[in-house]
Design a protein around this ligand. Structure first.
Ligand SMILES: NC(=O)c1ccc[n+]([C@@H]2O[C@H](COP(=O)([O-])OP(=O)(O)OC[C@H]3O[C@@H](n4cnc5c(N)ncnc54)[C@H](OP(=O)(O)O)[C@@H]3O)[C@@H](O)[C@H]2O)c1
Length: 332
């Protein structure tokens, strides 16, 4: 296999970068997440092709977590293998993130947001990816028990140890997010970014989370912007056998694809066609229409999906009437 040589034109301006909150870091409008399709049941060649294609097209930001797989940890191992195999990808051009907070190993310390969990887990993640540091380390969730101060102090100490350059929080409720922003700020390690689920089918972050991140100088990155594939043409003619719904480890459940959802998908597709876009492209553009959104983290199972999704950034503006039509469809 020939050595992969990154495309010289990867920063030709096609991929736009947005400042992440009030920080020195910019993120590509589209980032790649490795939650699904990078586990130990995935083809190394296909995964490597996707990472190469992403990097060649200006995607510098790769989002991982300790538990992504299957099995938990396998996606980080896959990513580590790809980097090892792709010696010409300069580490300094990458934003690599990982997280801890969900169940990872047996016993009382393998889950949640304790200092023990976060620090031990990050050490394991670095070993799996064969990296000295990650760019962003996230508290993956508020676990309902660990004091915010303990979790945030662990993040601060991680930054001080040099094992992460920045820290972020994910899925924190509004009140706990504010406590996290405040604690970090008081201790001179600012929260770089909040990561939340945001798509046409899940607008929860519009209820204060995006605004709060902005007011605290943090960026907001949206995960599952395609609602795990629902906001594409993937399920329009049934459930393909290689799709996320069909896979036992997939987090998208059959019940989520009901007649009401299919009706919305068809109506949104018609709106997208009028805009000269696919539904997937429009769904990404719709999330990115808000300039407070720093990046959308997409998933993909093939280079062709990545290729078509990258076109989503071509037209990010929505007219008032278009917005109203879309709102009507989503509120049905
Ligand atoms: N912080 C958190 O708690 C959290 C939680 C979830 C996710 N995330 C992050 O967000 C990332 C993205 O999440 P996600 O994978 O749910 O994102 P998504 O972009 O909403 O869904 C990705 C899936 O949509 C389908 N798809 C993508 N492009 C398509 C296209 N052009 N045509 C048809 N189908 C297409 C593929 O499904 P098939 O696989 O069926 O082909 C793909 O796996 C994750 O990898 C992870 O990094 C974070």
């Amino acid at each position: 296999m020939a050595v992969y040589i990154p495309d010289k034109n990867r920063y030709d301006g096609t991929m736009k970068f947005r400042r992440c909150g009030n920080s020195g870091i910019v993120l590509p409008e589209i980032s790649l997440g490795l939650w699904h399709n990078f586990g130990d049941n995935s083809s190394f060649t296909n995964c490597r092709e996707m990472v190469h294609y992403a990097f060649d097209n200006g995607i510098t930001h790769f989002d991982l977590a300790n538990n992504y797989g299957p099995a938990p940890g396998a996606s980080e191992e896959m990513f580590g293998r790809i980097l090892k195999d792709s010696v010409l990808i300069p580490r300094e051009e990458l934003i690599v993130t990982t997280k801890a907070g969900h169940e990872m190993w047996d016993g009382p310390y393998g889950n949640g947001s304790s200092r023990k969990m976060l620090i031990t887990s990050l050490n394991q993640s670095l070993t799996r990816m064969n990296l000295d540091y990650v760019d962003i380390f996230y508290s993956h969730r508020y676990d309902g028990v660990t004091p915010i101060e303990e979790t945030m102090q662990a993040l601060i100490d991680i930054v001080k140890s040099g094992k992460a350059l920045y820290v972020g929080i994910s899925k924190y409720p509004l009140d706990k997010a504010q406590m996290a922003y405040d604690y970090l700020k008081e201790n001179n390690v600012r929260c770089l970014v909040y990561q939340g689920r945001y798509s046409m089918f899940n607008r929860d972050p519009e209820n204060g989370i995006i605004e709060q991140a902005y007011n605290n100088g943090a960026g907001f990155v949206a995960f599952s912007p395609l609602a795990q594939g629902l906001l594409t043409d993937r399920y329009v003619h049934g459930i393909p056998s290689d799709s996320r719904i069909s896979k036992p480890e997939g987090h998208l459940q059959r019940e989520q694809l009901n007649e009401q959802v299919l009706d919305k998908i068809r109506s949104l597709t018609a709106v997208a066609q009028k805009r000269g876009q696919t539904l997937a492209e429009m769904a990404l553009a719709w999330v990115l229409r808000d300039s407070k959104v720093s990046s959308v983290i997409i998933g993909a199972s093939s280079v062709s999906q990545l290729k078509s999704n990258l076109k989503g950034v071509a037209n990010l503006s929505f007219g008032k009437e278009e917005e109203m039509i879309i709102d009507d469809i989503l509120n049905r």
